[in-house]
Design a binder for this molecule. Structure first.
Ligand SMILES: *Cc1c(COP(=O)(O)O)cnc(C)c1O
Length: 376
């Protein structure tokens, strides 16, 4: 025991970037050199290639590289004509960017509660939020999981609503073998560095099987111009740059391997975490391939739990500590008339365990041991 104490205190890496394979680092350096040697920095061949490669890997017809995930969501809404006077239902248990994008598009966010067992949007609560102004549902595949897509597509069809998918945490996730982003009109990706596919700065993409929508997004991302110096709509400056695209191409080659590693870590956690003070979220639904952006557990003694793990050198995070309706920026936001109690409980109890692909088996074992020895 004594001899291993010191070793056990070596912190487990939070992101795992430094521990990534040497051949990936070499590929990223080569990507940078390629761009520096090209003299093209914006909307060049790296972006073209990345768009084709990402679309192919994700199993969709079209990919449009954009500045970040939040812009991607805003541009999908705008391209579909969702704006002033329209309500968009989404979850308070998400990155603030989801709600910000709705507001930026000029539409009104309406927050529905979550299903406490999964942390994802609750169908019953969404039903209570529907009004004559509801135009779209923004579905977040939180923590990397797709759930109940049959129900969501049926609900949107029967109420004539747009389904928009926030895929910022679900790179490569599928439902019945069909990829995220293809159940709705489009999917928005973020390549923020810590996402399952990350750039070395801000970056994002839109995927869709609708060619017309992809063309509209290409116009929107580039000041609203289809032909240079001719601005047909009020667009954004939200272009993916060549450097990020080149880096993403190098990293895309590792995505599948990294996703499999995340999955095996998650399976190990699921079978080994038995401590009754810690609750696991619902198992992935059968027809879904979960990509485990986060592995989240619930505990009523979160602060003690996080401190206990930290003492053993295990960093944890919270996704998310403040639900959207408690954010000052969204003060007075519309919501389920029955309240958002499950979101509030989740925000108080959720903890994200280390789950990145560079964790070693020994790291995973240490996390499990630390959790099993937690006794508040
Ligand atoms: C990261 C994230 C976003 C925002 O992406 P950015 O690239 O940071 O703008 C949106 N939604 C969810 C669910 C996210 O996790």
């Amino acid at each position: 025991m004594e001899a291993t104490t010191g070793m056990n205190k070596t912190p487990i890496p939070l992101t795992g970037f430094a521990e990534e394979p040497e051949d990936l680092k070499t590929a990223m350096r080569a990507a940078c050199d390629r761009v520096l040697g090209s003299s093209t920095w914006i909307l060049g061949s790296e972006v073209d290639h990345f768009e084709v490669e990402f679309a192919r890997t994700m199993g969709v017809r079209e990919c449009v590289g954009v500045g970040n995930g939040m812009d991607a969501l805003e541009m999908i809404l705008r391209a579909r004509g969702v704006g002033p006077g329209h309500e968009v239902i989404t979850t308070p248990m998400t990155a603030a960017a989801t709600v910000l994008a709705i507001i930026r598009a000029g539409a009104t966010p309406v927050l529905a509660d979550i299903d406490p067992s999964s942390g994802l949007l609750s169908g019953d609560s969404v039903q209570r939020c529907l009004t004559s102004k509801t135009k779209a549902i923004m579905l977040v595949h939180l923590y990397g999981q797709m759930r109940d897509l049959d129900t969501w597509t049926r609900l949107c069809e029967s109420n004539n609503l747009e389904l928009i998918e926030d895929c910022a945490q679900s790179h490569g996730a599928t439902w019945r073998g069909r990829p995220c982003g293809t159940y709705g009109v489009a999917g928005a990706y973020s390549f923020y560095p810590t996402k399952n596919l990350g750039a070395v700065g801000d970056a994002g993409a839109i995927v869709t099987n609708d060619d017309g929508l992809a063309t509209d997004i290409r116009v929107l991302r580039n000041y609203g111009q289809r032909t240079r110096y001719e601005h047909e709509v009020v667009g954004l400056n939200s272009r993916l740059d060549e450097m990020q695209a080149a880096i993403l191409r190098a990293r895309l080659a590792y995505l599948e391997r990294f996703t499999l590693r995340r999955r095996s870590i998650a399976e190990k956690y699921r079978e080994s975490i038995l401590n009754t003070h810690v609750t696991l979220l619902a198992e992935p639904q059968e027809p879904a391939a979960h990509v485990h952006h986060q592995f989240v557990v619930l505990t009523e003694q979160r602060e003690r739990f996080q401190n206990h793990l930290m003492q053993q050198g295990i960093p944890t995070l919270v996704h998310y500590p403040i639900p959207a309706h408690h954010q000052q920026a969204f003060d007075g936001v519309s919501r389920d008339p029955s309240g958002l109690a499950s979101s509030e409980t989740h925000a108080q109890q959720c903890v994200s365990l280390p789950c990145h692909p560079q964790l070693t088996d020994a790291d995973v074992h240490r996390v499990i041991e630390a959790i099993e020895s937690f006794n508040p």
